[in-house]
Structure formats: structure tokens, C-alpha cells
Write a new protein. Structure first.
Length: 379
């Protein structure tokens, strides 16, 4: 048997210049195939059918968005950002918004009514679920995740515009999945709607309105940016006839949305400037308080602001072994800046006595202002 194996023929392949040329030729062919795959033209007919199908008020649309609202709601109530983000894997709110965008630039009013009806019913359902969750969990305090959606600014508008453009680009691209972008965009819609419903149940009308404004901002911004991307991609037909592709025609077809977008831009810009001024004011007050009270082994533990009718109350918690005198607090009040409405800032100090224990042979240590600040900020 060993002799028979020795007699088996052995083929030895050596690299030759021709073999190397053949491998290079195959690599070039693969590269050209990849280029052809990447340069596939947009199938306008199929994209239109896909957008129209996703804009219909189907059972899947309502079931998935209801589940997304429940997930987002409990994520908001438990203050879990991970759970809120998880709601994006379920939500399906991009479909009707894309349907509205396509109907405006394609001049298809039946599609517009269908998509608008689907979107409106979805919003009402999600909002109702938010109210129900708020009533069921009425004893649960309002969390930071909920409050973070009650201060819409121009930054939220920019994010929504970019998200809508990404969703529209994915819907027309042969190589991208609109589902991936669609669920990501949905996170900007479902959580603020649910948060608004929860706040409505708690009768916090102003915060509920602000959360709803955030959701409305996202919807309008996503629709406008989707319309723009679809228009640039060649979706601009009136029936079967090509229409003008100039900017004026696009503005004409999206006039109402653009007016709403302009109004929201002004409002959100003013909101952003107000928040910026508020943050600068609070930072200045905190710096003054810490500079004034971080001495004699005392450390400022926390600072909170409470708006009153005639002044802004600055609640300060101090820990240490030397109680500040009322005359010192009076001098502190004189040094504090007025709030944004021109009303005085008044400090109120709550002192917590802290016993300092040292070894018998330890030197006398007094915490200086800079050291106290480091202890508070952790560096």
C-alpha cells in the first residue's frame, strides 16, 4: 500500500507572470462589478410604491407604534435612556411622513390625505397611550428623561432635518435599508409624544405643550428635508407629466410646511438663547457662592434655583464646622447678580455640621478655597 501511494502523481503549480496577470484581471473585473452595483439608478416607480405602501394605515403600523409607545413610556418613567432608545427598534412613524413628503412634490392629493390620516391617527394613539401610562403611574415622579424633552431648541430642529434627509436618502437608494434609518428617526417622534401625554396626565400643561412642540418640530423638519431629498432625486411629477425643477416650484409645493418651519425656527432660536443666558446666569451665581462660602473648612455641597414672584431664591447647602454668619450671607446677596428678569438673587444657606477627626500628631489643616472647589468638582 505504501508503494502505491508513492506512485500517485503530484501536481506542482508555480506562479508565473501569466498567472499574476490573470489575478490582476480578475480583481479589475470585481472592481468594475462593484462600481456598477454602486451606481445603480433609482427605480422611481418602485420607490413610489414602497413609500405609498408604508403610508397606509395598516394593522402593523398601529400595533408596532403602540408597542413602541409602551416601551418608550416605561423607559421615560424609569428614567432609562437605554429603554427609550430601544423603542426605535419597534416604531414605524417615518412611513406616513415620507408619504406626505412625496405627495407634496408629486402633486398627489389622495396620497396626501391617506398619509396625513395615518400620521394623525398614529399621533393620537401614541399620545393617548402616554396619558394612560401617566394616569396608571400617577405616583411616579417626573423623571429627567421626561423633562429633557420639554426644552426644544434650534439644535433639535437641526437634528430632525438631518434625520429626515437620511431617511429619504435611504428610501431612494438601492443599496440602503430605509428600515434602519426609519427606526432611528422614529425615536425623535415617539418619546416626546409619550412624554407630553404623561405630563398632560400630571396636569403640567406648559411642559406637556413644550414636549408636543418638540414632536411637531421633528415631524415638520423631517417632512421638509425628505421632500427636498426626493425633489433632488427626481421625484417631481404632476400625474405623468414632468414639472419644473426650479427652486420656486419646490417652495410653492411646500409653502405651508416651510412657513411652519420658519415660525418654529424663530421660536426655537429664542428658546436656545434664553437657555444659554440662564445657564450663564446660574454658572455666575454658583461661582460667586463657592468663592464666598468655600472657606474655614466649609464646602458648598449643592446649589438650587427657585423662581419667586419678586426674586430668585438660591438654595445653598454647606457642609463644614464653621457656621456662616447672617451678615456674611447679606454681603453674599449684595454681590450676586440679578436674574434674567432683573429681579434680585437671594441666597438661603442650609448648614450641615461636619465633625472633623484628625490624628493627635496631625498638623492643623485648613481647607483653602481652591482645595474646597477641587473636592466638590472631583479633580
Amino acid at each position: 500500500m505504501a508503494n502505491e501511494k508513492d506512485k500517485d502523481p503530484t501536481i506542482i503549480v508555480e506562479d508565473t507572470p501569466d498567472q499574476e496577470k490573470y489575478e490582476i484581471l480578475k480583481e479589475k473585473l470585481r472592481y468594475k462589478q462593484a462600481l456598477r452595483e454602486n451606481s445603480k439608478k433609482i427605480d422611481h416607480k418602485q420607490v413610489r410604491l414602497n413609500i405609498q405602501a408604508n403610508a397606509l394605515p395598516s394593522k402593523t403600523f398601529f400595533i408596532m407604534n403602540a408597542l413602541a409607545a409602551i416601551i418608550a413610556g416605561y423607559g421615560l418613567l424609569t428614567n432609562s435612556s437605554a429603554v427609550v432608545i430601544g423603542a426605535m427598534l419597534v416604531a414605524m412613524m417615518l412611513g406616513p411622513i415620507s408619504g406626505i413628503a412625496l405627495s407634496l412634490i408629486d402633486n398627489r392629493w389622495i396620497l396626501f390625505r391617506t398619509a396625513l390620516t395615518t400620521l394623525s391617527l398614529g399621533i393620537l394613539m401614541i399620545y393617548a397611550i402616554g396619558i394612560i401610562l401617566g394616569l396608571i403611574n400617577i405616583d411616579v415622579p417626573i423623571t429627567h428623561e421626561i423633562l429633557s424633552r420639554t426644552q426644544p431648541t434650534i439644535m433639535d430642529l437641526m437634528i430632525a432635518l438631518a434625520g429626515g434627509a437620511a431617511g429619504a436618502f435611504a428610501s431612494v437608494s438601492p443599496r440602503l435599508s430605509v428600515a434602519v434609518v426609519g427606526v432611528a428617526v422614529a425615536t425623535a417622534l415617539v418619546p416626546p409624544l409619550v412624554a407630553s401625554g404623561i405630563l398632560f396626565a400630571h396636569m403640567e400643561w406648559r411642559n406637556a405643550a413644550n414636549a408636543f412642540i418638540l414632536a411637531a418640530t421633528n415631524i415638520i423638519a423631517i417632512q421638509v428635508s425628505s421632500s427636498l431629498v426626493l425633489w433632488v432625486a427626481g421625484f417631481r411629477r404632476g400625474s405623468d407629466i414632468e414639472v419644473k425643477s426650479n427652486v420656486a416650484e419646490f417652495i410653492k409645493r411646500n409653502a405651508i410646511s416651510l412657513v411652519f418651519l420658519l415660525v418654529l425656527t424663530i421660536y426655537l432660536s429664542l428658546n436656545f438663547l434664553h437657555m444659554l443666558r440662564q445657564q450663564l446666569y446660574e454658572t455666575d451665581i454658583k461661582s460667586s457662592v463657592e468663592t464666598f462660602l468655600n472657606k474655614n473648612n466649609n464646602i458648598v455641597d449643592s446649589i438650587q434655583f427657585e423662581k419667586r414672584d419678586k426674586f430668585t431664591l438660591v438654595r445653598v447647602v454647606v457642609r463644614g464646622d464653621t457656621v456662616p454668619k447672617s451678615t456674611e450671607i447679606g454681603k453674599l446677596n449684595d454681590s450676586l447678580k440679578d436674574d434674567l428678569k432683573g429681579k434680585p438673587s437671594v441666597a438661603q444657606v442650609r448648614f450641615i455640621f461636619t465633625e472633623i477627626i484628625e490624628a493627635p500628631n496631625s498638623p492643623m489643616i485648613n481647607i483653602k478655597e481652591r482645595e474646597a472647589t477641587r473636592l466638590i468638582k472631583g479633580y
